[in-house]
Design a protein around this ligand. Structure first.
Ligand code: 2IT
Length: 446
């Protein structure tokens, strides 16, 4: 396999799909060497097959807003790869959603799910619906209209959607209600991230952030460092940022920044329970601004237009959106002494930022390893649904711990360089790839 040739072919077939092409290129560059030691993969054209989604559903979603006006959005579900299990992955509602974004997310999800140790294939879906400023009733009507189109293509053993940016417990509830009405199926396993009284799993809301911090703990321990007393800058203030801030604080770190599209909140005293709770209130307000945090807590300061990466910190945790930390941000962080960066968002760093962190020799780990605790706990939710039982929070948390430890070990196994530096990007990509590739090979030409 020649990465250049495959990329040129993909660029020709999918012009302008920049996020998708970026995600594919990163994986192919990481696996090239290992792949070329496996002529059986080359012969079965594994890479050429793996980079294309199995299928893409695109549909019109029409709904009525509070003023009585008719609105039309586009909905998507991308079933990317089913080699190791039913399709699994979140749904994103954001005004910038398009095919390229969801193909990148579905591609990443395939390898991430492979890393979790659970039998889940990769998928992603979403819509260009913008939840900002929408009322609860509008969100409900949109979710119902979205599910009206999607329901026939999903199912507990087929494709199991969950939340992502713009989709949390409230949206999953509305979609689940409509699914039942249309499908006349009452199997809770069709969606994950459900409410605790109707099939949800304890720890699922926290899982992405908690899992990320468990991963960071392992990464730090391997490097002989500790999170206790470290300063942490977090971007975003939604569910993932909340989980990360909560666990980081519990482990003795000081979360000194959270951010939104409007700017950064500098929070030198760190988090309290009240502040952590308020992050959820802010998210639920649908305004997508972080500034009110500094009004409510006067020990914090709002700096408009700035990113979290402008705050001096030991550990940087992107928790919001793809490519939210670029080469200039990385340079600023490095100049300020940051010694660890871990993507909690999917593809949170640009290739330039990753290269800067790696050439500076600081600890860096990619989203598909760091944030895999979210989907892993979705997998645990599916298991509980299939068994018709619920596990205690402690039981789910200990399984999540074990999974994050295994993912870390897999990254170290495949990513340790001769000089001892662990290239977590390479490690995660190779470990995820090998599992999916082997499964595809064994299942023949389909
Ligand atoms: O990016 C992700 O891994 C998620 N949004 C969670 C997907 C899931 O199925 O729980």
């Amino acid at each position: 396999m020649k990465v250049k040739t495959i990329m040129a072919d993909l660029e020709r077939k999918h012009p302008g799909e920049s996020e998708y092409l970026q995600a594919v290129q990163e994986v192919l560059e990481s696996i090239e060497e290992v792949y070329n030691c496996h002529p059986e993969f080359e012969k079965a054209k594994i890479v050429e097959r793996m980079v294309e989604p199995d299928r893409i559903f695109t549909f019109r979603v029409t709904w009525v807003d509070d003023r009585g006006e008719i609105q039309t959005n586009i909905g998507y579900r991308i079933q990317f790869n089913s080699a190791i299990g039913p399709y699994k992955g979140g749904i994103r509602f954001h005004k910038a959603v398009n095919v390229s974004m969801l193909k990148f997310l579905g591609f990443e999800q395939t390898f991430k799910n492979a890393l979790t140790t659970l039998p889940m294939g990769g998928a992603k879906g979403g819509s260009d619906f913008d939840p900002v400023g929408k009322s609860d009733a509008e969100i409900m009507r949109f979710c119902q209209a979205f599910m009206w189109e999607l329901w026939n293509n999903i199912g507990p053993d087929t494709d199991v959607p969950a939340g992502d940016v713009g989709v949390g417990g409230r949206e999953i509830g509305y979609m689940y209600g409509m699914y039942k009405k249309l499908a006349r199926e009452y199997n809770t396993g069709v969606l994950t991230g459900k409410g605790m009284n109707w099939g949800g799993s304890l720890i699922r809301p926290e899982a992405t952030g908690f899992g990320a911090l468990y991963f960071v703990e392992h990464m730090l321990a391997k490097a002989g460092k500790s999170i206790k007393g470290a300063t942490v800058a977090i971007s975003g203030f939604g569910n993932v940022a909340w989980g990360a801030a909560t666990k980081a604080t519990e482990l003795g770190a000081k979360v000194i920044a959270i951010s939104g599209p409007d700017g950064v909140v500098y929070n030198p005293e760190g988090m309290t329970q009240e502040k952590l709770d308020y992050m959820l209130t802010l998210r639920a307000s649908n305004q997508n601004i972080v500034a009110p945090f500094a009004t409510k807590f006067p020990d914090a300061t709002f700096i408009p237009g700035k990113k979290a990466w402008s705050i001096k910190c030991d550990i940087a945790l992107p928790c919001a959106f793809q490519n939210e930390l670029n080469g200039d941000d990385a340079a600023e962080l490095l100049a300020n002494g940051t010694w660890c960066a871990a993507e909690v968002s999917n593809m949170g760093c640009t290739p330039e930022a990753i290269a800067a962190f790696q050439s500076a020799g600081i600890l860096f780990a990619p989203g598909k390893a760091v944030n895999a605790g979210g989907v892993a706990t979705s997998g645990l939710e599916m298991t509980q649904n299939a068994m018709h039982i619920s596990w205690s929070a402690a039981e789910v948390d200990s399984k999540l711990h074990y999974i994050m430890e295994s993912i870390h070990a897999a990254c170290v196994k495949y990513g340790t360089q001769p000089d001892g530096y662990v290239n977590y990007v390479k490690g995660a990509n190779i470990a995820g790839f090998m599992k999916v590739a082997q499964a595809m090979l064994e299942q023949g030409i389909v």
